[in-house]
Design a protein around this ligand. Sequence first.
Ligand code: XIL
Length: 475
Amino acid sequence: MLLNRPPQSRRRRRALLAGVVTVATAALGLGLSTQFASAQTTLRGAADELGKDIGVAVNYNLLQNDATYRNTVATEFNSLTAENAMKMDALQPSQGNFTFAQGDAIVDFAQANNQTVHGHTLVWHSQSPSWVQNLSGTALQTAMVDHINTVMDHYEGDVQSWDVVNEVVSDNNGALRDSFWLRGLGEGYITTAFQTARAADPSVDLYMNDYSIDGINAKSDKTYEIAQGLAAQNLIDGVGFQAHLILGQVPSNMEANLQRFVDLGLKVRVTELDIRIQMPADASELQQQANDYRRVTEICAALADCSGVTVWGLRDGDSWVPDVFPGEGAPLLFNDDYSKKPAYDAVLDALGGDGSGDPDPTDPTTPPTTPPPTGDGCTATLSVQSPWNTGATYAGTVTAGQALNGWTVTWTWPGSERISNAWSVEGNLTGPTVTATNAGYNGSLAAGQSTTFGFNITKPDGATASVPTVTCTAS
Ligand code: XIL
């Protein structure tokens, strides 16, 4: 049984893996050809072409129990991080007693689906078992070294990069975090952790990882200082930027911040991206969120040494955010019914896929676009950005034939399609006949100028998302 392995070295079991891969791949109905045929319409297809990781933090229970979850994780992502299963409390709940079954299940899934694994995390003040928090001095040092050695040995060849230390910098004062590790071992514990990890498996990329270091500030300055010291000893390969962000607050200097770490010769990685919204989230906030996701992804896409972007969970309902930030939520790329949010399209687009706005007409998988109707006042087009079984995201474009102060686009759905939410557009949107008028800010257009809007539909009958004929009227 795949999910219940004894805690033995995975290296010694590697000969078995070919069989495991075949069985698990067949069980999922996914093959390599599926992955590569979808190169421009899935996140992983686009990221593969770009040579980047697009990752997701996976929840062991969902991976085990929910086939749609498994399918979506397999289809959309080329990298996995265990959301909790590789933390110290999960892997060594009592001293010397290692429990690898859940982590192994995630690794097995990744290998069955040709995905890499980013290991999270070896040394952290949180989610550490109480037995280790009660140690000090040599006993604590030995426990840290043993944990790193045992875990990295177990996952050698299976995990391509590790967060060696997590959240070691304090929030306010640019000092090291006051943790049981620091109190018990002194400042040198970070270097010891990296030295141990480097020796345990020299082929793995070693990262330090933290939150609120996405822009330039006292905390990222301190992180930079630590990374610089470790880099000088060739003990570190990358810095992970968690990027647990608030809507509309992608730091304006995030790109410059990542660049300065790259200039140290390091990789950078967005490791835990989520963008939270005060609930309930409305359509314009979801569009703002898409813009924020686009921006973060574009920053990584443009930096050769950014290894990738990992989102911290699959669906909004899977996220840790509502538990930790009461009243906030909706931070991820998928709705709870696995439909794609505007943020999904933005990430796909930023990875160079056919997410939104810029479909590739030469790509046979690009859905059709309506030919622009003629008319003096304005023309409009609708295009399907990303269809799924029971819904789709559309983009609309209005182009002014003359200067105008407002526009109305009308159409009738041929089938069961109905708009569920929309952005940058108002009017009577939800019925079979749609009258879509400009929002307050995108009605005034100069001759020849264009503006865009978007919406999601549901199509309960599962039919192909249609592109109805539209009429544009200037007002
Ligand atoms: C979170 C998980 O998402 C939760 O399920 C768990 O209860 C607490 O930890 N920074 C990290 C992650 O490095 O490990 C945290 O994950 C989120 C913040």
